[in-house]
Design a protein around this ligand. Structure first.
Ligand code: HEM
Length: 289
């Protein structure tokens, strides 16, 4: 009889051990980490299994600002923009939305909290935080069931440091940007915040990869605006003065140069207006860079 029961007891013990291991697995926080060597930026994500919250860790050298967006392009992505607080001790995190390739506007409908350990450490950003209900926003939702969920990244100038406590502060256009993917299935789990707080700094991606390469923002329109306006004022305008004065015997010359001057000024203005439409029109003072 005892010999017949032995296999059954063995089976029971094996089942109990498998159950215990499975329970252990669900108790471990899911985490995916994106690390970029060129920028020195680490972004670790945990998607809370039991809510719409996400937990994150960001470590970065002091760029003017660093932004991570949930989506494949600026338009419709929810972006978390990080910059130094006014006193340079802590980090301001501003959730923002953009309608296109334009300055993203602060979205006050979401709350972002930070752990006490977060702040500027020897000039670097080091933040562990939670974005409450951030899996859904008015223009989109985070893809949480894919090994290659889309994310974007942008970073401001490394020299022109922005320091403000204002989540609506104006941002200057990026120095560069990029796209990456994250395994959001791997990133889903419970107890994420404490796991992130205990995480050692890493120099490797895990469950994340850069798509292509980082792009330098050439800001060609601003360059074109500068060239056209310089040519107008230093090139065409002086010739126009000469044709209106010393060469006034040939009025046709003055007609040609003043028409050219008008074309340059209008062209430069057009590019200028196009550039200005990238930025938000707001009534509060510009305090940052
Ligand atoms: C003042 C703020 C910003 C302005 C004016 C701006 C403007 C632009 C412009 C004009 C482009 C096209 C660049 C080109 O064609 O070379 C672009 C592309 C891009 N920007 Fe921004 N941007 C701003 C902030 C951000 C932020 C905060 C992020 C990330 C969180 C970001 C991520 C990207 C990405 C990934 C692209 C590639 C195209 C796309 O995905 O739409 N930008 N941006």
């Amino acid at each position: 009889m005892a010999s017949r029961l032995l296999p059954l007891v063995g089976l029971l013990l094996v089942s109990l051990s498998v159950y215990a291991q499975a329970d252990n697995v669900t108790a471990v926080a899911g985490i995916s980490t994106f690390y970029n060597e060129d920028l020195g930026i680490t972004f670790t994500l945990n998607i809370d299994q039991n809510s719409e919250d996400i937990n994150f860790f960001l470590s970065s050298p002091p760029y003017s600002w660093v932004g991570v967006g949930f989506g494949s392009e600026m338009a419709r992505s929810l972006m978390l923009v990080f910059y130094s607080s006014q006193d340079g001790q802590s980090v301001t995190i501003s959730p923002r939305l953009a309608t296109g390739e334009t300055e993203p506007a602060h979205y006050p409908g979401l709350t972002v909290t930070q752990e006490n350990s977060s702040g500027m450490h020897n000039g670097d950003f080091r933040v562990v935080g939670t974005c409450k209900g951030c899996r859904v926003w008015p223009t989109g939702r985070m893809v949480t069931n894919s090994t290659t969920s889309p994310f974007i990244l942008g970073f401001g100038s490394p020299t022109n440091t922005l320091a403000s406590n204002d989540p609506t502060v104006r941002l200057k256009r990026h120095e560069g940007y990029g796209r990456f993917t994250m395994n959001t299935i791997q990133a889903t789990g419970v107890n994420g915040l404490s796991a992130l707080a205990a995480l050692p700094l890493t120099n490797a991606s895990d469950g994340a990869a850069l798509i292509g390469s980082l792009q330098k923002d050439e800001d060609r329109q601003a360059f074109a605006h500068g060239i056209v306006m310089t040519l107008a004022t230093l090139g065409v305008a002086p010739v126009d003065i000469v044709t209106a004065g010393a060469l006034r015997r040939w009025p046709v010359l003055h007609m040609i140069t003043s028409t050219a001057l008008m074309a340059f000024v209008l062209g430069g203005m057009g590019v200028g207006i196009h550039i200005s439409r990238m930025y938000l029109i707001v009534s509060y003072p510009v305090t940052g860079s």
